[in-house]
Design a protein. Structure first.
Length: 261
């Protein structure tokens, strides 16, 4: 692990940073089972609130306190919704997953789709979409990559993970390709690496979109190697905006749609 120390641009107000002060800045105190509280927060001069890097580092510290010492962090994703108040301690609650079903108790994706295709309550048009547009794609680097360069392989997988994921939000609206789409743009992209993988060997990218509305789409992806090992998980939010022509077309069809409801 490495630490980055940030200080004010004005020399006269820069604090003296030492290893001990860094340790104090990242320290948290356990106040209940898996619940921790910050012991120190820094408000950088001229900023709107407490330093975000300190708060997310304390959050990671709190989470790390709940797992065995041989565990290692593989990813972290954060949102800054409101400024932090350095006068008010932050409480960190580490949520630990429980009651996870065993793989023997679950059905795989193919069986799930087959069940939905046989379900009489699923509309025929939805079944047709399931048959034609089951989201997923294989990918690999065109050239061979250095075998021992794990950083390069991870970066290539991340590079490829941005391809096609938002299109699953388009298909969630019964649309094919970019026809009728005026604008598509990624707003947020996250990846969680679960196991090392070779990006120059075939990897399968399983994609799905649970929601696409109000010009926003959310999509999730799972990347497997050919042995079926889940090597990474992704998520993305993006703008999916219809073209003016498609909007006018849908407005013109609204009365007909409403009359059938």
């Amino acid at each position: 692990m490495s630490s980055a120390i940030f200080s004010s641009a004005k020399p006269e107000v820069q604090p003296q940073i030492t290893d001990n002060s860094v340790m104090r800045a990242l320290a948290v105190e356990e106040i209940d089972a898996d619940v921790y509280i910050s012991t120190e927060l820094w408000h950088p001069p001229g900023s709107r609130g407490a330093y975000g890097g300190q708060m997310i580092a304390q959050a990671l510290r709190s989470a790390w306190n709940t797992v065995p010492e041989d565990f290692h962090a593989h990813s972290m994703h954060n949102y800054f919704l409101i400024p932090g108040n350095s006068d008010i301690p932050v409480i960190y609650h580490a949520a630990i997953p429980s009651n996870i079903p065993q793989p023997e108790d679950l059905i795989d994706d193919i069986e799930r789709i087959e069940q939905l295709l046989e379900d009489p309550t699923v509309h025929a048009a939805d079944k047709d979409l399931m048959k034609k547009f089951i989201d997923g794609q294989w990918f690999k680097a065109r050239e061979s990559l250095p075998v021992n360069d794990r950083v390069l392989h991870a970066c290539v997988i991340l590079y490829a993970s941005d391809s096609g994921i938002l299109m699953s939000s388009v298909r969630a609206n019964r649309m094919i390709g970019r026809r009728g789409i005026g604008m598509m743009a990624s707003l947020d992209h996250s990846i969680w690496f679960h196991a090392p993988a070779h990006a120059d060997e075939w990897l399968y990218y399983d994609l799905e979109s649970p929601c696409s509305t109000d010009e926003r789409g959310v999509a999730f992806g799972r990347i497997f190697n050919r042995q079926g090992v889940l090597v990474a998980t992704t998520s993305q939010e993006g703008i999916v905006r219809l073209s003016k022509a498609e909007q006018e077309k849908r407005k013109a069809n609204m009365p007909a749609i409403q009359s059938r409801m």
